[in-house]
Each structure stands twice: as C-alpha cells, then as structure tokens.
Design a protein around this ligand. Structure first.
Ligand SMILES: [Zn+2]
Length: 299
C-alpha cells in the first residue's frame, strides 16, 4: 500500500486542497485514519469479532495496528484483516477517482466470499498449463506492428531500464525507445512499467493494430485476465488495459527471453545513456545487429 499518497502528504505536495478525510469530513486523513480510525469504518470492522472491543483504540500508526493483529493468534485474522484493509484503501482511491467501488456495508461479506473462493480454488488446484511462448521473435501479420518490451534492473544505481522496439511485418524498425526509472520493488513491476511505456509510445506513433510481446509470463497472464490484478503492479496493469482501448486491434503475448533480445538490449542500454532516447531508424549498431538477426524469421 503506497503510504506516500495519504491525504496529509498529498496536501503537503499540494495535490489536494484539504487534509480532511472525505468520508467523515472531521479528522485529518493519515494512513491509520484512512484504514482504521475513521468513524465510517467502524461498521466494517465491527464484523470481525476479535476487533469489536478494540474499535475505540487509537493506534499510533498502521504498524502499531498491524502488530496487534499478527500477535492476536486468532486463526486467519491477518488474512481477513489484510483483505478488508485493501478493500477500504481501494474504495478510498476509487472515491477520489470517481470510479465505482463496493459500499462499506458489503466489504466484509465480499472478503468472506473471496476467501472462500480462494480456499476452494486451492483445494481444486490443478497445475495450470501455460502454453510456453516461442523461443524466437516472429513477425506480426501484414497490417500489424509488433512491439517488444523489456525491463532491466540496475541495483547499484537503484534504477531500472526500459526497452521498447516496434517492428512491422518485414522486421523493419518503426520506432525504438530506451528509458530509465526508479528501481521498483520487483522484477514484475519493471516488466509492467516497460509494458505501459510501450503502450504510451505506440499511441504516440499513431499505430492502430498492435501486438505487444514481453518475456514475463506473469505480466502477460495479468494483461489477459478478466479478474482484477491484486499484485503490487495491479494499478499498472489497469493503466495498460485502459490505454489499450485506443487501438483498433491489440493483443498481449508471451515470448521466451531468447526471442526478446532487442528490447532487452535497449533496456540495458538505458543504464549508460541520457534518457529517454527515441529512435526511428538510426538505431545504434549493436542493437541493429540483433534486429538483423531477428529478420531471418521473416518469410
Ligand atoms: Zn474519516
């Protein structure tokens, strides 16, 4: 949960004009208020028996509350708490963005349903067969463009690189991008960020029929799934899906790393070059060599 975005901080950063909680209009909205202290949340937390006699406790901060929860030894309380807290946070953000969310009085029941569903799915779990992506790059259909994206981690500089290459059915470059960003928490997050950059870039290029190809199975699965992505990169996946509505046709597919070498090279290039860098044809020669090698898969 991104604690940096609580309203008190947004006020300091002048994103919002008031630090008062949108729900109760009474107290300053810091994290502990947004997730626990606010009066309107009492009805949500009341559903959890163990918490009933603690509703009036004023915790110093979220950590203080969380430590209380995990030390309670009530079976599965931490799981239920985490899900409900996530829903409350999601609702808070949705309210701000004027998008829909569950009413407070349905949050707890929704959590119970979801946990039950999760439990049932785990009991039935059959290892999911993911068709493995191909091991080499292949051209898109004649009217399409294929966009390969990749991320690279630069732990020493606490940054990450993003590489994007756009090619037509003849394997010719229509555009390429190399950029840097702050180091996210996980590899998947970098891949998700790379995908979002790819989509934004292709919108700028004005292409309409596009195949996006990355080497992260996790991200490809999340992009093709109809269920909400609850991972740390879920909001990026949501962005990508809504941006993708700009295209006439779009798909997100997986390729093994050996098939994504051009994007990989561009992501790694970002470490040493001024960023962002964009190319239309005059691509660096070491990248050009990899593009030519991929061209042998064009009929
Ligand atoms: Zn409040």
């Amino acid at each position: 949960m991104n604690l940096c975005l609580q309203k008190k901080n947004l006020l300091i950063r002048k994103v919002t004009r008031t630090a008062t909680c949108d729900h109760c209009n009474e107290e300053v909205e810091d994290t502990i208020h947004a997730l626990w202290g606010c009066q309107v949340l009492k009805e949500v937390w009341w559903n959890e028996h163990y918490l009933r006699n603690q509703l009036s406790t004023r915790y110093v901060d979220f950590r203080d509350l969380w430590i209380g929860i995990i030390n309670s030894e009530v079976p599965k309380l931490a799981e239920r708490f985490a899900y409900v807290a996530w829903s409350i946070w999601h609702k808070r953000n949705a309210t701000r963005m004027q998008s829909s969310s569950l009413p407070f009085n349905r949050i707890y029941q929704d959590m119970c349903d979801r946990l039950q569903e999760f439990q049932a799915a785990r009991e039935l779990a059959i290892p999911e067969q993911i068709p493995a992506g191909p091991t080499h790059w292949s051209p898109p259909q004649r009217t399409q463009s294929k966009v390969n994206y990749d991320g690279a981690l630069f732990h020493d500089t606490k940054q990450a690189g993003i590489g994007v290459v756009v090619r037509n059915s003849g394997g010719t470059i229509q555009g390429a991008l190399s950029d840097r960003c702050c180091l996210p928490m996980t590899v998947d997050e970098v891949e998700a960020l790379a995908c979002r950059s790819a989509v934004l870039y292709v919108i700028q290029l004005g292409l309409e029929e596009v195949v996006f190809e990355g080497d992260s199975e996790t991200i490809t699965k999340a992009l093709n799934s109809d269920s909400p992505c609850l991972s740390s990169f879920g909001h990026i996946i949501d962005d990508v899906k809504s941006l993708a509505l700009n295209f006439v046709s779009v798909s997100f597919i997986h390729v093994k790393r050996q098939g994504n070498v051009v994007a990989d090279k561009l992501a790694k290039t970002a470490k040493f070059s001024p960023c962002p860098r964009l190319w239309l044809d005059d691509i660096p020669s070491d990248v050009q060599r990899l593009v030519l090698a991929d061209k042998c898969f064009v009929d």
